[in-house]
Design a protein around this ligand. Structure first.
Ligand code: GDP
Length: 216
């Protein structure tokens, strides 16, 4: 199905409602339906990206407290689909033992969650592919999880610098066996918002009238 025959993706994404912030996998919503998760290191612009993509100011919030590193936040879109905000990583104040807990939680979610259709991985366009960004990619590869990378804050770069950042990341991911795509993004200037929205609703298999395609 082509985009032109489908409704505006905001019709689904704007329905996002907070469901639960869960530290324990036992508290996660039942593992059914369709989910798209967002990940990225702290301060990269992940909350801003979620809010602008859902056109819901204040939906996702950044919390700098270490406790937040253990919580996965679920937002319901409709009965079958959810957006998921994974805890930010690499925040300097997080103690080592919490970092280990973070890694276990994220790996468990990324590798075990059946409902997960794709990961939006937010990286700062000025310094992408940090060590933890690479960890995220390497967790996704063996399970064949599709990843779409948002190179954030491109408003801070010139056009050619932003294009170079995309090329560098594309070169790196071309060796991976799972599908990985890359785009420029700026929550501030709203650059690339529509492209990200279409990627997400495609993964959620949302079509006009809420009909769902077969997943095969
Ligand atoms: P998070 O910790 O990854 O959720 O990051 P936030 O969304 O809270 O953003 C961290 C900081 O980066 C805040 O000061 C935002 O205002 C800023 N920020 C987020 N997105 C953009 C962007 O597209 N351009 C610029 N220049 N700043 C941004």
């Amino acid at each position: 199905m082509t985009s032109s025959t489908r409704e505006n993706p905001e019709k689904l994404l704007n329905r996002a409602r907070f469901s639960i912030a869960a530290a324990e996998p036992g508290q996660w919503p039942p593992d059914a339906g369709f989910e798209v998760a967002f990940a990225g290191r702290s301060n990269v612009g992940k909350s801003s990206a979620i809010n602008v993509i859902a056109r819901r100011q204040g939906l996702a919030r950044t919390s700098k407290t270490p406790g937040r590193t253990r919580q996965i936040v679920f937002f319901d879109l409709d009965r079958q689909s959810r957006l998921v905000d994974l805890p930010g990583y690499g925040y300097a104040r997080v103690p080592e033992r919490l970092r280990a807990a973070w890694g276990q939680l994220i790996e468990r979610y990324l590798t075990g969650r059946q409902a997960l259709r794709g990961l939006i991985l937010v990286m700062d366009a000025r310094h992408p592919l940090t060590e933890l960004d690479r960890h995220m990619l390497h967790w996704c590869e063996p399970v064949g999880l599709p990843v779409h990378i948002l190179l954030s804050k491109t408003d801070k770069l010139s056009r050619s610098q932003a294009a170079q950042a995309v090329s560098a990341v594309e070169r790196f991911v071309s060796d991976l066996t799972n599908p990985v795509t890359v785009q420029q993004f700026s929550a501030l200037k709203r650059t690339g918002v529509e492209e990200a929205q279409w990627k997400i609703v495609d993964w959620l298999e949302w079509e006009s009238g809420d009909a769902r395609g077969n997943r095969g």
